[in-house]
Structures are given as structure tokens and as C-alpha cells.
Design a protein around this ligand. Structure first.
Ligand code: P6P
Length: 316
């Protein structure tokens, strides 16, 4: 089924914005694959609001997504990891979108998987200029979320609240086609995914969980394997399809992690729950968290429900 046919069953405003994001991702897929030939690798002489060095492709991706989102009359506001504040797109629009334009950009120069992550809410304010408060909404209020993986194939994983669908980009036609109508995140898994180099800094529950994963116990297929790309989209695409758990926990004595709540942890947790998995910060469901700042960070443990529950048990 072509993506355009799938969108016919979706609310028209939401369908319009999803179509714009998908069209932007087709352009980004081409840019990612040809970056070395278009002088799009390497860094700019700039740092973003996070204090991170901006890769050329980060900036390009953000500009493309802003242009395409603005082309959708339903899009009232835009929030991005690359922008300090919120941007009004169309004052009469009904929706707002939070985006990580190119997640995993440290992998751009080594041709490893990277991706675009997004979450969409209904604006809370009436018409007119958009407000920060329009974005400070719980994941439980989310209308849709998804990501595009620029990997060996370009894949769009999406949920509008009716399960999770997976689309593949047909490089011949430049169109997405449905390849799985009901993604199910396996309840069990044998893979854990984290930057274990930071283990000594992570909270005690993480240390206990890694000890659990690396113990020998044939009845529970342990020790598990560790797989870590350093790109959330790539690590979670594998987790959704094969099961397992991805972790970026809080450091000892802290409550927040490295990843961003609004445009990384909420969209991924929305997808995970729609697919039968779980997403927690170690203490509570990520979709229940009330955001208070646009770029606030969040600890995340996400994937197979049995493994997420095991982590939560270590957090008690
Ligand atoms: P670390 C990429 O920079 C990112 O935001 C996620 O895509 C990825 O999971 C994480 O950070 C990697 O962080 O500290 O392991 O390099």
C-alpha cells in the first residue's frame, strides 16, 4: 500500500503534516546518501542550543524540515533540537511538531545509521503565534509519532495511535510503501543496548541491570549480547524488530539522562507502547511525564516489556 493511500484513513490535518514530513525525509535520504559528494559531511563553525557542534547535515536537515512543515497549512508550530525556541509556521494551523532533524549525527562521517525523529500534538492555544506551552504536553496527549531510519534502507516507522506501521522507501519511485501493518515489539529479548563505557557513572539500577544481563543463566538465555551503534534511531529500529532493551540511564545522583524528552524519548516511547513494549525513565512511564522545558533531558529505558520491568525492579 502506498503511503498516500494509508494517509486517506488519517485525519486530514494530521495526514497533511505527516505527508510533508515524509516528503522531507525523501529529500534527506538522498542528501545523507550523497553527503560526501555534496560537501555535507563535517561540522559547521557553530554550536546548537545544546552546546553541541553542529554538523553540516544537521543544519541542512533542520532547514529542509522547517520548509516542508511550513508547506503544511496544518502545522502551526515547530520545535527542533537545532533551534533554541519555538517557531510559528502557520498561525491558523491546528498542530505542532517536535523534531530531532538528524539524530545520531556523530555517525554521519562514518556512514552509520542516522535518522529523523518526530512527535505531533494538537496545539493548545487558539490561533496566532505559537507558544512554548503548546509543546509542553505529555506523551499521552500525542496524536502521532515516528522516525525515519537512513540505514541500508530508508524506513519510516509511524503510529497515529492505532498500532505501529512500517514503510520502506522505494528508491525507484521515491515513494514509501507499507511493509508491515502491525509492528509488535517482542516482550522478551536477548540484546541490551547502552554505552557501557559510562557504567561507573550510571545510577545503581543500571549497574545491577548490566550484572543481570551478563550473568550466565541458560533458562533465561543469559548472558545477553550487547549491541550499540551510538545512534538512537538505529539501536531502536533493531530493538523494535528483534526485541531487547535500549538504555540511556541517569547518572548516579541525578534524575535526567542525556536524551531529550520531547523529540527523542516521547516519540520513541509512544511507538514502543503502541507496539506492545514499554518506555520508562527508570521510575515512571515516559508518556506520563509532564514536560517543563523545551529541551529538557530524560533518562530512558525502552524496549521489551519483560526487560524494562526487570530494570524497574532494580530501581525499587
Ligand atoms: P553516547 C546521538 O548523539 C544521541 O543523541 C543518540 O542518537 C544516541 O543514542 C546517543 O546520543 C549516543 O550517546 O554518549 O553513547 O555517544
Amino acid at each position: 500500500m502506498p503511503f498516500s493511500v494509508y494517509l486517506q484513513q488519517v485525519d486530514p490535518d494530521l495526514a497533511g503534516l505527516l505527508s510533508a514530513v515524509a516528503d522531507a525525509s525523501v529529500k534527506l535520504s538522498d542528501a545523507v546518501r550523497n553527503a560526501p559528494l555534496r560537501n555535507l559531511t563535517g561540522a559547521m563553525d557553530a554550536t546548537n542550543v545544546q552546546g553541541e557542534i553542529v554538523q553540516k547535515l544537521d543544519d541542512y536537515s533542520n532547514q529542509v524540515l522547517m520548509d516542508y512543515c511550513k508547506s503544511s497549512s496544518a502545522c502551526a508550530g515547530y520545535l527542533s533540537e537545532e533551534n533554541e525556541g519555538v517557531t510559528t509556521m502557520n498561525e491558523t494551523g491546528a498542530l505542532v511538531i517536535a523534531v530531532d532533524p538528524l539524530d545520531g549525527s556523530s555517525n554521519i562521517d562514518i556512514a552509520a545509521p542516522i535518522g529523523t525523529i518526530f512527535a505531533i500534538w494538537k496545539r493548545k492555544s487558539a490561533v496566532g503565534a505559537i507558544h512554548e506551552s503548546d509543546f509542553l504536553q505529555k506523551g499521552d496527549e500525542c496524536l502521532a509519532a515516528g522516525y525515519v531510519l537512513y540505514g541500508s534502507a530508508t524506513m519510516l516507522m509511524l503510529s497515529v495511535g492505532k498500532g505501529v506501521q512500517l514503510f520502506a522507501l522505494n528508491s525507484g519511485t521515491g515513494m514509501y510503501e507499507l511493509v508491515n501493518n502491525t509492528i509488535q515489539l517482542p516482550t522478551k529479548g536477548k540484546i541490551y543496548s547502552m554505552n557501557q563505557g559510562n557504567l561507573s557513572k550510571f545510577e545503581k539500577a543500571a549497574k545491577n541491570f548490566v550484572a543481570y544481563c551478563t550473568e550466565t543463566d541458560k533458562s533465561t538465555s543469559r548472558p545477553f549480547s550487547i549491541r550499540y551503534i551510538g545512534s538512537m534511531v538505529g539501536d531502536l529500529y533493531r530493538t523494535f524488530l528483534k526485541g531487547g532493551v535500549f538504555l540511556y540511564p541517569a547518572y548516579e545522583g541525578e534524575t535526567k539522562g542525556k536524551l531529550r524528552l520531547l523529540y527523542e524519548c516521547i516519540p520513541m516511547s509512544f511507538l514502543a507502547e503502541q507496539a506492545g513494549g514499554k518506555g520508562t525513565n527508570g521510575k515512571e512511564r515516559i508518556l506520563s511525564i509532564q514536560p517543563t522545558e523545551l529541551h529538557e533531558r530524560c533518562a530512558i529505558v525502552i524496549g521489551s516489556s519483560d526487560l524494562v520491568d526487570q530494570y524497574i525492579a532494580f530501581s525499587k
